[in-house]
Design a protein around this ligand. Structure first.
Ligand SMILES: COc1ccc2nc(C(=O)O)sc2c1
Length: 234
């Protein structure tokens, strides 16, 4: 399966980065197909206007619905198709989680709609919900300047879970938040040299005793999770 990823933004250059590193390899391997689009290509005035003042007053500008609607028509089509997943990164979205990444990694088509200014006219989201499967997602309790960085983060979290992307799928099994990890944070990691600036790798990890190593790692994960993310231990 090849996943098609589309990005709609007034800064499509943000997505040039998808040509490098592991994601670039996924493109080369035909696992993903990436298309970035400039929303201004669907404007018709000399200034290529995509925003206007908010109805009801208030600070800032709101993204006009017209360019989004025409872009949807051109990029996705005019027929409803629930197999297309449209993601609006937004501070008012539901928190993006590893399980959401897991679900999205099985989808064949994802379209990211990256807002700027104060946000997108809500009718755009309402329209999208009549046509496709829509997700309004937030990365966390902070606000970025637009949806592009969130779209990149979501992309990386999703694409790395596509079967065949990671050379060694076993490395996914022990990561923080991966299924079967009881929602525990990953234990501390060490590699050679065994001694570095007066600090040694924990002896148990050099013992070759797999049972004791597994026990040490689980204990470390439990301690770390209780300390940093008590909300995960409920
Ligand atoms: C205007 O579009 C925005 C603005 C801020 C923002 N912050 C996000 C976040 O996930 O933190 S997504 C997002 C989209």
């Amino acid at each position: 399966m090849t996943m098609r990823l589309d990005y709609l933004s007034i800064f499509p250059g943000y997505f040039d980065v998808l040509d490098i590193s592991l994601l670039g390899k996924a493109v080369d391997n035909g696992l993903v197909e990436v298309h970035a689009h400039d929303l201004r290509d669907w404007t018709h005035d000399r200034h290529r206007t995509v925003d206007d003042t908010p109805c009801g007053g208030g600070a800032g500008m709101v993204m006009k619905p017209d360019p989004w609607g025409e872009a949807f028509d051109g990029i996705i089509g005019i027929e409803p198709d629930p197999s297309v997943h449209v993601i609006f990164p937004t501070p008012s979205g539901i928190p993006f989680t590893q399980s959401a990444a897991q679900e999205l990694s099985t989808v064949e088509r994802v379209v990211f709609c990256c807002g700027r200014y104060e946000g997108i006219d809500h009718r755009v989201i309402d329209y999208a919900r009549t046509m496709w499967t829509v997700h309004e997602l937030s990365l966390g309790d902070y606000v970025l300047n637009g949806g592009e960085v969130a779209a990149l983060a979501i992309t990386e979290a999703v694409v790395r879970l596509i079967p065949g992307f990671m050379g060694n799928p076993e490395s996914l099994a022990e990561e923080s938040f991966s299924p079967g990890q009881e929602r525990l944070l990953e234990y501390p990691l060490f590699t050679r040299p065994v001694s570095w600036r007066g600090m040694d790798v924990p002896e148990v990890l050099m013992s070759g005793h797999h049972g004791r190593i597994a026990e040490w790692r689980r204990e470390e994960s439990l301690l770390l999770t209780r300390d940093r993310r008590p909300d995960l231990t409920d």
